[in-house]
Design a protein around this ligand. Structure first.
Ligand SMILES: C[S@@+](CC[C@H](N)C(=O)[O-])C[C@H]1O[C@@H](n2cnc3c(N)ncnc32)[C@H](O)[C@@H]1O
Length: 222
């Protein structure tokens, strides 16, 4: 089976898993920590590992986590010493999960979570660091759970790169996740059109077959 068909089936199964979580939520272990996910939330998974293991947040910096899901990346930014973290997600279930996890890890005073289509709810605030693990694939998403993995006409990714410069401080850094089953070349074109320099920082495989790999790119204004 080719990678695209294999990934279609695998992602559809994962979407069913996200939908089948009981109303009180389910605990997922990730690295050395636990996160609670309410139904319809994307679970902490190997895709964010290269970012979480390799991103740099200096104590006192501000961080915007776009498409925060369970809030996992934002919570790790708090552990690195961020002074302020804002997580945004279009999915209300993700907002509920990330709000819970920020509080559960003791960061209710540091990390705010907003329901927002990308930067819509942010006003004009600029951040030292912007992280994003957005849907990797250009594929129609028919509900909010599918929108965690598929991006209809790649519009969310396109709008991210069109708008990100208005929320990044001049010397700020973006950490952006993609996959070998996603749209790496399209991402690089969008980043370049936005005036960003892109460097591959790290990668991680789902398992020993290395069939599915995830990459984190560090981007900054050229
Ligand atoms: C691959 S999941 C990543 C979740 C989490 N950051 C992580 O690493 O586990 C992508 C997330 O982006 C969110 N998302 C998709 N489109 C969005 C949009 N237009 N605005 C904000 N969030 C969006 C989804 O709801 C989902 O929670």
């Amino acid at each position: 089976m080719d990678l695209a068909r294999f990934t279609d089936q695998w992602q559809a199964q994962r979407q069913q898993l996200f939908k089948s979580v009981p109303p009180e939520g389910r605990t997922v272990r990730y690295l050395d920590k636990e996160f609670l996910v309410y139904p319809n939330t994307f679970w902490p998974f190997a895709d964010s590992l290269p970012l979480v293991k390799h991103f740099r947040v200096e104590p006192g910096e501000s961080v915007l986590d776009v498409g925060t899901g369970s809030g996992v990346i934002g919570v790790f930014a708090c552990y690195q010493g961020a002074a302020r973290v804002v997580g945004v997600d279009i999915n209300p279930a993700a907002v509920q999960s990330a709000t819970h996890n920020a509080r559960m890890h003791g960061f209710a005073g540091t990390m705010a979570v907003l329901q927002s289509d990308l930067f819509e709810a942010l006003g004009s605030e600029r951040f030292d660091v912007i992280t994003a693990n957005l849907p990797f694939r250009n594929k129609p998403a028919h509900d909010v759970v599918a929108m965690s993995q598929w991006d209809t006409d790649f519009q969310t990714n396109t709008r991210f790169f069109e708008g990100v410069g208005r929320h990044l401080k001049p010397k700020g850094r973006i950490y952006f996740v993609q996959s070998n089953f996603g749209e790496i070349e399209a991402m690089k074109r969008l980043a370049q059109a936005a005036g960003l320099q892109t460097v591959e920082l790290a990668s991680e495989a789902v398992d020993d077959t290395r069939r599915q790999q995830f990459f984190v790119y560090e981007m900054s204004l050229a």
